[in-house]
Design a protein. Structure first.
Length: 405
């Protein structure tokens, strides 16, 4: 279909020009060209939706395997290995993606995943333990309500910014009244979702889960912490490429200190959390991340090493300290029968944080000092996440301790 449309885009004007109607040729050629682009964008968006849905299935399932495989006293180290493997493979993504984009075009990056997915399926078929199935029905109505509420709030956050920025982008600025109504609609949507979940026979978030204050607090901490990192990961590439004039490949390399820090140190800090508990690490991780964000904001005029590489290294160490204890604490704060559900909710919290962080960053970036403002917001959310996580975790608690939670 694409080949036919591409051929038509080039050939149609010549055919009609032969008949003497150049205006019609131009109009028809533009129409076919628009149809081609529109069809491509529609397919791209559809494929990304399918990809996101598949990822939403895989990630909670991978975390739930820890509950079925490891004792609570061993989970911090095990999740550290999981986080390390994820970070190390992610480390190659920006570099490989930048090289592919520069060499073969941006669409070539989509060929990375299919062979990896086939290998992963084969490994799971051979090594994954048997499931102890619990019959649950999918709460379609609850999912629709929650999706609508999240979508409206995300759109409202993405509209933050001065009217001059929207004029430059040839997009209409939304009046404050419209944004207020949309935000109100999103908040009402969350209230309706909470009401529905108490009435549903098969709720996505059972009330007994949300009445668990430790579980609720740790998920709010996840939301705050990952909102901060999402803001940074959105804003930093623009600074690297637009202001520092780095190539796509070099900009990807600038993220290596972060991903390698998480990859190489997560298992170490996970094992440490098994021995000393999680409270200290739930403070040190977000606090270090907040310091890294402030450093990035203040180091804009410094050289690349001092202004980017050093704070990104600190950020990698900070998340290595945080990820395994926080994730293990969430899973271990519920009964074993709810661990799969808990991992799904926690993964949803981190994905919502990505939505909120990206939307906030996009709005903040439209202001003159948007980079600094965005990083300040990221630091504030990180500190708030540390406070909430510590409040939700009793003193002396080991997130994966043998005593459970």
């Amino acid at each position: 279909m694409k080949a036919d449309l591409a051929w038509g885009t080039e050939a149609a004007p010549d055919v009609i020009d032969f008949q003497g109607d150049q205006r019609l040729a131009k109009d028809l050629g533009n129409g076919i060209r628009s149809l081609h682009v529109g069809a491509f964008v529609a397919w791209l968006i559809t494929a990304r939706v399918v990809q996101g849905a598949a990822a939403a299935i895989v990630t909670p399932a991978s975390l739930a395997l820890f509950g079925a495989t490891y004792l609570r006293a061993e989970r911090n180290r095990a999740i550290g290995v999981w986080a390390a493997a994820s970070a190390l493979t992610t480390a190659g993504g920006p570099v490989l993606g930048g090289w592919l984009s520069e060499t073969f075009g941006w669409s070539s990056v989509f060929w990375i995943n299919p062979p990896l997915a086939l290998v992963a399926v084969a490994v799971l078929l051979v090594f994954a333990p048997k499931d102890d199935l619990i019959q649950r029905r999918f709460d379609g109505i609850g999912a629709a309500i929650l999706g609508l509420a999240l979508g409206t709030l995300t759109w409202a956050l993405s509209q933050i910014g001065p009217s001059e920025a929207w004029a430059t982008a040839n997009a209409p600025a939304q009046p404050g009244t419209v944004l207020t109504i949309v935000v109100g609609f999103g908040i009402v949507g969350f209230a309706v979702y909470a009401f529905w979940e108490r009435r549903s026979e098969h709720p996505m978030t059972p009330p007994r889960i949300m009445e668990n204050l430790a579980f609720l607090g740790l998920n709010v901490a996840t939301l705050m912490t990952y909102t901060g990192i999402s803001i940074v990961l959105f804003l930093l590439p623009f600074d690297l490429v637009d202001r520092r004039a780095l190539s796509s490949t070099d900009a990807g390399l600038a993220f290596l200190p972060f991903t390698l820090g998480v990859g190489l140190l997560s298992e170490v800090f996970g094992g440490l959390a098994d021995k000393i508990g999680t409270r200290t690490m739930l403070i040190a991780g977000p606090a270090g991340a907040a310091l890294a964000y402030v450093w990035l904001a203040l180091g804009q005029k410094e050289c690349l090493t001092l202004g980017v590489i050093v704070p990104m290294t600190l950020l990698g160490v900070s998340f290595a300290v945080l990820v395994a204890p926080l994730t293990a604490s969430v899973i271990s704060s519920v009964d074993q029968t709810d661990e799969g559900l808990a991992s799904g909710i926690n993964n949803a919290a981190s994905r919502v944080a990505q939505l909120a962080g990206g939307a906030l960053a996009a709005g903040a970036a439209s202001f003159e000092s948007g980079y600094e403002v965005g990083l300040a917001v990221a630091a504030a959310t990180s500190i708030a996440g540390a406070f909430i996580a510590v409040t939700a975790t009793p003193a002396g608690t080991k997130a994966a301790g043998s005593g459970g939670a």
